[in-house]
Design a protein around this ligand. Structure first.
Ligand code: ADP
Length: 584
């Protein structure tokens, strides 16, 4: 282990004179409290390091010790159900200030291990040698490290073991002896290897109608959620974490204020998983770095989060990673860069902001694991552009690396229209590829209805400008009908309260039923208009109110009520058109 002496220290950055050889990204232990750090710059007579803990008390002359390996995360089944900081140290819920310098990673849990191999058996990289059950219903294989293969020398029998204990020994192909454990250490800046990357498959069902219906995201894809302060980013991201159909959720809260985090930390343990009716927290990992924690730890937390996500992906699971907010992460990057005296780029961010963002988003994907299973990591990130300026660097660079853009709109949020996703500024590059999946799910009209809704919403915006000038009554009947239908889509489909027990989650079957009903209303209304009906008469049909409120009134478990609504819809339009025919 090489050593160095501190010569200069500012905030979370220090310089030191090396007395041995170091390498870039090497993990360090610093000063008497053994603070954790990492080499970020290197020359023959100086190392520059960032420190992940509070540097209060450090001074020139203190010793720095190299750890030989890179800054790594301890990845194991015990992560599930825990709240940890950016270095995977346990945070006791709500008492984030209790982390004191020098605390080491989480202890992990004790699990019942069931072996699946015998001595003498050959194991390839990533091959399972047994399994544990972190909670009932989840069978998590114990995997050979991704960079190791060899012959099993011995393996432990079934029983309770600590996550850190040796469960066996591998005579590795390179002649060394390697322990087999539940836990793996992994350098956080290095993507974990896979057999191959797969193309777009099924969607990640989010439970939010505006997303699943209009701007869907595929499993293993990347979405961002830009929006100014108070436009609903955190509520939406938390809602996605609660209800999306991933097997494991990794929620990285980055640079939020402690009191904002309190909501997540209090609420999650009490939520019920709609799939298992058990606690949702069991399959969730929360990584929290509040704004009062050291800035370098915030920079690392996003890599820690994605490493945790990749670790569970390698077990053949579908993982969703939520990052709130990547702007706070970019600010950490800017602060560290400033302290290093680097030449600032746009808005003071370092020139490597874009490549760092690319490196993060590229770690999302649907893959075949080393052991031949399918797994995925889907990234959904929030961006908080200052003064709602979407042309600022973090938003513009992020846009280059994502496929789905969920643009939050201040005007909608001020009108208390949630989720405040702007239907014309948002987009999804995954939508075309996902159409076939929806068509196979009993929603053959999904692409056509999606397009129809988007077209109506686009026309609505254009017509509203005219309404402001000439008034609604001056518009031709056909255009008034466009407005009526677009408003119905807004009220009956796009608006969805995160706090309503009935409406906070929409299943694919419910989404299909709602889209079909709205499509049916639109085509009935168009036919009625052609038959001479008046838009006001259509607007007065009682079924219109029912459709506007169906999200609030008909839950996922009452699908037959949508059929009743369809019959009501048919009969009211039938009555309207026969009335017209009789009058004619
Ligand atoms: P941001 O993270 O963008 O600053 P928040 O997510 O904290 O904004 O949302 C601000 C407020 O807006 C919330 O406290 C809540 O009252 C309201 N809100 C946001 N999203 C929703 C939603 N989907 N349903 C209902 N209310 C919402």
């Amino acid at each position: 282990m090489s050593e160095a002496r501190i010569t200069w220290c500012s905030g979370s950055v220090l310089r030191a004179r090396p007395e041995g050889s170091f390498h870039i990204n090497e993990a360090l232990l610093i000063g008497p409290k053994q603070l954790l750090g990492e080499v970020i710059r290197l020359s023959h007579d100086e190392i520059v390091a960032q420190v992940y803990e509070d540097t209060g008390g450090l001074r020139p002359g203190h010793q720095v010790t190299g750890q030989c390996g890179p800054l790594s995360a301890s990845l194991g089944p015990g992560l599930l159900g825990n709240v940890l900081d950016g270095l995977l140290r346990p945070l006791s819920a709500l008492k984030t200030e209790l982390i004191w310098p020098g605390v080491r990673p989480h202890e992990g849990g004790t699990f019942r291990f069931v072996p699946a191999v015998r001595a003498g058996q050959q194991l390839g990289p990533g091959a399972p040698f047994g399994h544990v059950e972190p909670f009932p219903g989840m069978r998590l294989p114990c995997l050979t490290p991704p960079d190791t293969s060899g012959t099993v020398r011995h393996i432990a029998g079934e029983g309770l073991y600590q996550e850190t204990e040796d469960l066996g020994e591998l005579h590795a192909d390179d002649g060394t002896s390697q322990p087999l454990r539940m836990r793996q250490e992994w350098g956080i800046r290095e993507p974990r290897p896979v057999a191959r990357r797969l193309g777009i498959g099924p969607p990640m069902i989010t439970g939010q109608r505006v997303l699943d219906g209009l701007f869907p995201i595929a499993r293993g894809s990347r979405a961002t959620l830009p929006g100014g302060f108070g436009t609903g980013k955190t509520v939406l991201l938390e809602n996605l974490a609660k209800w999306c159909d991933a097997d494991v959720i990794v929620f990285v809260a980055c640079g939020e204020r402690g009191n904002e985090m309190a909501g997540v930390l209090e609420e999650f343990p009490e939520l019920q998983d709609p799939r298992t009716n058990r606690s949702l927290m069991e399959r969730t990992v929360i990584i929290a770095n509040t704004s009062n924690m050291p800035v370098a730890a915030r920079e690392a937390s996003i890599y820690t989060g994605i490493s945790v996500a990749e670790y569970f992906r390698d077990h053949g699971l579908h993982v969703a990673l939520m990052a709130d907010s990547t702007s706070r992460w970019a600010e950490a990057l800017r602060e560290i860069s400033g302290r290093l005296g680097e030449l600032p780029g746009e808005a003071g961010y370092p020139a490597y902001l874009s490549s760092r963002l690319a490196g993060f988003y590229e770690r999302a994907g649907r893959v075949e694991t080393l052991h031949g299973q399918e797994g995925s990591v889907t990234i959904m990130s929030a961006v908080s552009p200052p003064s709602d300026d979407f042309s600022e660097p973090v938003t513009t660079h992020t846009r280059r690396y994502i496929r789905t853009f969920w643009s939050l709109d201040r005007t909608l949020a001020q009108a208390r229209f949630f989720p405040a996703i702007h239907p014309l500024l948002s987009y999804s590059d995954d939508a075309d590829a996902l159409a076939a999946w929806w068509q196979g799910q009993g929603n053959p009209q999904w692409p056509a209805l999606r397009q129809q809704f988007l077209t109506l919403l686009g026309e609505q915006q254009r017509l509203e400008r005219m309404v402001r000038i000439v008034g609604r009554d001056a518009l031709p009947q056909r255009q008034q009908l466009v407005l009526l239908c677009a408003e119905l889509i807004g009220e009956g489909f796009l608006r969805q309260s995160a706090f309503s027990l009935i409406d906070r989650l929409t299943s694919p079957a419910r989404l299909t039923a709602m889209m079909r009903l709205l499509g049916s209303f639109i085509s009935h209304a168009e036919t009625a208009l052609e038959g001479g009906a008046n838009v006001d008469a259509i607007g007065e049909l009682p079924v219109l109110r029912r459709l506007q409120r169906m999200g609030e009134e008909i839950g996922n478990d009452a699908m037959d009520r949508f059929d009743l609504l369809q019959r009501e819809l048919d009969s009211q339009f039938y009555a309207l058109t026969t009335e017209l025919a009789d009058a004619g």
